[in-house]
Design a protein around this ligand. Sequence first.
Ligand SMILES: [Zn+2]
Length: 393
Amino acid sequence: MSLPPLVEPAAELTVDEVRRYSRHLIIPDVGMAGQKRLKNAKVLCVGAGGLGSPALMYLAAAGVGTLGIIDFDVVDESNLQRQIIHGQSDVGRPKAESAAATVREINPLVEVVVHNTALTTDNVMEIFSGYDLIVDGTDNFATRYMVNDAAVLLGKPYVWGSIYRFDGQASVFWAEHGPCYRCLYPEPPPPGMVPSCAEGGVLGVLCASIGSIQVNEAIKLITGIGDPLVGRLMIYDALEMKYRDVKVRKDPECVLCGKNPTVTALLDDYEAFCGAISDEAAEAVSGSTITALELKAMQDNGENIFLVDVREPNEYEIVSIPGATLIPKGEFLNGSALERLPQDKRIVLHCKSGARSAEALAIVKNAGFSDAVHVGGGVLSWVKTVDPSLPSY
Ligand SMILES: [Zn+2]
């Protein structure tokens, strides 16, 4: 399927632009007309992280005239393994600003629009409406569904990508011409079922593999060349070194882009829609959450506790709280963890940030350990408030 170009061409290219983009101009399919379309294009990149880094750098180099960058986060040392738009001296700096500086260095002819803020239901429609095309580099389901819903409601295409360990996926969602993200994934996964990159890790270079595919598709949509990834899901396995694509059909029953849509405006709360933690976990942690400092005090006072780290062994190796016994969450889910818990001690659970330990706490309490608690904020909070000399990850 080929589609008409998304963007009208700019009136002309300057002499500087002709020199800079000469390797594009001599490709017959791109040529002067294609480069003028790129110059006129307004592209927003959601997130200046793993996918946003290579995406922004190649969009800038390609001569996309206006590049929007939205990110609320600041650069952390643990980002630098893959977020190559940021450097050592950017640690602590807002990602949107750091990314904008790199974009200007790559191509000063690009107009950069910095949105140093979180994308929310209050601003997403207004921000998106200023762009022709969105590149989605988000790493969480709540934002992903919000990006999809806003793009469909505004009739805009967006290029989606996702990464985890050695696996990547990409597609173009454009309800006018094909399916939307909800056609592919009508429901968010159950909370806690799909680990994030922060929990499970990601091979740094995978970001470039998927981010460059996203830019490739953006350029094709803007200039109207080739066969866009509309209605297809591209799946990449870096260990097998295999790419394959599967057809994704528009779902006539899709609640958003189907024949009789029931979602006709943004949801009020995408976090709640995706459920940061399950209802059982939310109930379990209510009144049974302690802080890292409170845990430290319990240890210092010699209280009779049994501290359990429910993360994975490789995470435990990176950093762990002194005195913690490692029993990964999976052993709580299959029930084998329960026989390892002492009956005569108070059970204290923790994980990286508190989501997994909340799920485990529900299981532990159900098994009769009624005074069990978990540590809100997990080991990250421990590093921050108790022992900053330990590494974060
Ligand atoms: Zn749909």
